[in-house]
Design a protein around this ligand. Structure first.
Ligand code: BGC
Length: 407
């Protein structure tokens, strides 16, 4: 009798470790592919003996970030939160509101394993590390529905120029050439993708890294605005809001293509579409195959609770671990932040991304090179441009002013 009670007690202890600490984790991953990916993080955290309390915020990053920031500054911090690595959390770090993860980073050799090093640099303020990078997400991809082109009897475009040239045929067939959602960041993302594709890497670096405003105002960028004006025509009639609704238009064959980050891949995957067969992905819009190494990172607000702080550090270490990196990124469509893991299961599109990364053809993300204020000004400008008949010349001039305000 006594023995069986002891056995029962022991079983309970194993099933429910006394250590389990709950952490609320906020993020803006609410599409089908995103939800599948974040479930991998929750599963791993729970399996490690702690408890992930999911704090998904719908409406995309533009909606979620102000909510996250006001909770942290307003005294209602969560246990962990997503931000894009770059400058989005810089003011929170500078205000002393975020947990220093340097000891976790050192204990787990992040400096040696995280690739490219710019990811960890983006987490570092005054020599201390404040975030755990979880992936590399590049926004400069064109996603195409192969069947639309097969039905039209024309080859699937291999780059942006071919896409534009074949768009009238797509339109004649009653399809929308370019799907674009109405959230402000989406038109800004499309414009960002055109920058490297059309202006080329040298001009891109001159403007975004060296902040050369003459190049910004010059002919290479005039060509980018012209391409954006073309794209605006191709997107007419695309009346959806969320990015994944626009991706669904491509998946369902209502639209031929979408300029979107590689997170679109998660949606194709959930819809059981096969890369290379059902759809085509063109990094750098098929013109200049560079990817920018932005992406997602988790930050941990200070909680003044030693037990929670220990759990925060356990979660930070777990997010960077090889097992979680593989499981999460395969579902998310993003690239891992470490090169020492087996990504053999990656599909064709991810393999393209991995090759570009291995070749070192990478640039920093917009969030790394421009402040949130400049990003916001450009988002507003792009919304106005895409939704009106603003001339490319006027938009160009306004854009240069926006950049100058951030110097
Ligand atoms: C994030 C991605 C996310 C996408 C759309 C980006 O800012 O980096 O992880 O899938 O927004 O929600």
């Amino acid at each position: 009798m006594k023995l069986s009670r002891m056995t029962a007690l022991l079983a309970m202890t194993v099933a429910m470790p006394a250590m389990a600490t709950e952490l609320e984790v906020t993020h803006w991953w609410t599409s089908g592919g995103e939800a599948a990916a974040v479930a991998e993080l929750a599963k791993a955290f729970d399996a490690s003996g702690d408890k992930w309390i999911d704090g998904a915020i719908a409406g995309g990053g533009g909606t979620a970030r102000p909510i996250m920031i006001s909770r942290i500054t307003g005294g209602d911090p969560m246990g962990a939160t997503q931000f894009n690595h770059g400058q989005q959390a810089l003011e929170l770090v500078e205000a002393g509101l975020m947990l220093d993860l340097t000891d976790v980073a050192e204990a787990n050799n992040w400096k040696e394993i995280v690739y490219p090093p710019s990811l960890l640099d983006a987490c570092t303020v005054d020599g201390k590390i404040y975030c755990a990078p979880v992936n590399i997400h590049s926004p400069e991809w064109l996603w195409l529905n192969n069947k639309i082109y097969e039905d039209l009897g024309i080859p699937v475009p291999t780059n942006w120029n071919e896409f534009v040239a074949t768009a009238p045929k797509v339109r004649e067939a009653g399809k929308i050439p370019l799907a674009l959602g109405n959230q402000p960041w989406q038109s800004n993302l499309a414009f960002g993708a055109m920058q490297i594709a059309v202006a080329g890497l040298d001009a891109w670096k001159a403007v975004n890294v060296d902040k050369n405003m003459d190049v910004a105002a010059g002919p290479e960028y005039a060509a980018v605005f012209q391409a954006a004006a073309d794209a605006r025509e191709l997107a007419r009639g695309s009346n959806v809001q969320d990015w994944n609704q626009a991706t669904a238009m491509v998946i369902n064959g209502d639209a031929a293509g979408q300029i979107m980050g590689d997170w679109a891949q998660g949606e194709f995957q959930v819809a059981e579409k096969v890369a290379g067969k059902d759809y085509t992905c063109l990094p750098g819009l098929g013109l200049n195959q560079y990817i920018s190494t932005g992406g997602d990172a988790f930050y941990f607000p200070k909680l003044d609770d030693p037990e929670k702080e220990a759990a925060q550090k356990r979660l930070a270490a777990l997010l960077v671990s090889p097992e979680v990196q593989v499981a999460f990124n395969l579902k998310k469509g993003s690239l891992p932040i470490r090169g020492d893991i087996d990504m053999a299961a990656a599909n064709d599109c991810m393999k393209k991304g991995l090759e570009i990364l291995a070749g070192g053809n990478i640039v920093p993300s917009g969030d790394m090179v421009w402040s949130p204020d400049v990003q916001k000004l450009n988002e507003d400008l792009m919304v106005e441009f895409w939704k009106s008949d603003m001339s490319p010349e006027d938009a160009h001039a306004k854009w240069v002013e926006n950049l100058k305000s951030g110097l």
